[in-house]
Design a binder for this molecule. Structure first.
Ligand SMILES: *Cc1c(COP(=O)(O)O)cnc(C)c1O
Length: 234
């Protein structure tokens, strides 16, 4: 197995420091991750809790681990101390559990809400109404908020997956719909961590190996690319 160094550097050149690259290393061995790390890559994405738990201690501590899979509430505790960004939050129950476990671990965890944009039945995510409801529940007026509730999470933006389709117009429309929701709810930057710190930039995670160029053209700030870098998965 080998990584595609040339493609890696081509993609970085294309992204031009404006869009963050998450290298999706699910199912790929430690050696491949280390090879890309040696090229300078620090953001890696994993889909399965057990795989992340196994790999993380075997790899350099400055890797930023992105959890991009469907996360079950009862497994949050296993990744809470090692994860940098959780991309796929699609229920209030899961968000509450992340907040609770982050509080126990004494940290603040960044998350993205996953929005369903594809015209396929199998993908997870919120629809536009559910997204609005969830943000309303979390972003209540400070006066009515329960003290400390949501103190250990930061909703940094949105994540979505387009249809697995050969029709670029359809994929483009799906990305555009997500970008419009992003602009609506995350206009410039996420709320400041505290009054004396600047606001954090918001994150729009969209685009994979087959469609990242379309995603970037539609305003993605973070792409998740696996097979172009590591080769096809079994
Ligand atoms: C596997 C996966 C990717 C990477 O897919 P490639 O087509 O290999 O680039 C990106 N995002 C999510 C959510 C994934 O599950």
């Amino acid at each position: 197995m080998a990584i595609d160094r040339e493609t890696y550097h081509e993609i970085l050149t294309e992204l031009d420091g404006k869009v963050r690259l998450v290298a999706v290393s699910k199912t790929k061995p430690i050696e491949d991750i280390l090879a890309l790390y040696a090229e300078g890559q620090r953001d890696f994405g994993e889909n399965y809790v057990q795989e992340l738990v196994d790999k993380q201690p075997q790899l350099p501590a400055d890797i930023r681990w992105h959890f991009i899979g469907h996360l079950q509430s009862n497994k949050v505790k296993y990744i809470i101390s090692s994860v940098h960004l959780i991309h796929g939050v699609d229920s209030l129950r899961l968000l509450k559990e992340i907040d609770r476990q982050a509080s126990r671990a004494g940290r603040v965890v960044d998350v993205l809400l996953q929005v369903f944009i594809a015209r396929e039945e199998t993908k997870f995510g919120l629809d536009a109404v559910e997204l609005a409801d969830m943000l309303k529940a979390v972003r209540r007026e400070p006066a009515t908020a329960v003290p400390d509730e949501w103190a250990n999470i930061r909703i940094r933006g949105l994540m979505g997956m387009a249809s697995n389709s050969d029709d670029p117009d359809m994929v483009q429309q799906e990305f555009r719909a997500l970008r419009e929701l992003f602009d609506q709810y995350f206009p410039t930057a996420a709320s400041p961590v505290s009054a004396d710190q600047p606001p954090l930039p918001s994150i729009l995670s969209m685009g994979m190996s087959g469609d990242y160029k379309l995603a970037v053209a539609e305003g993605s700030t973070m792409v998740r690319i696996g097979s172009l870098l590591f080769g096809k998965r079994p």
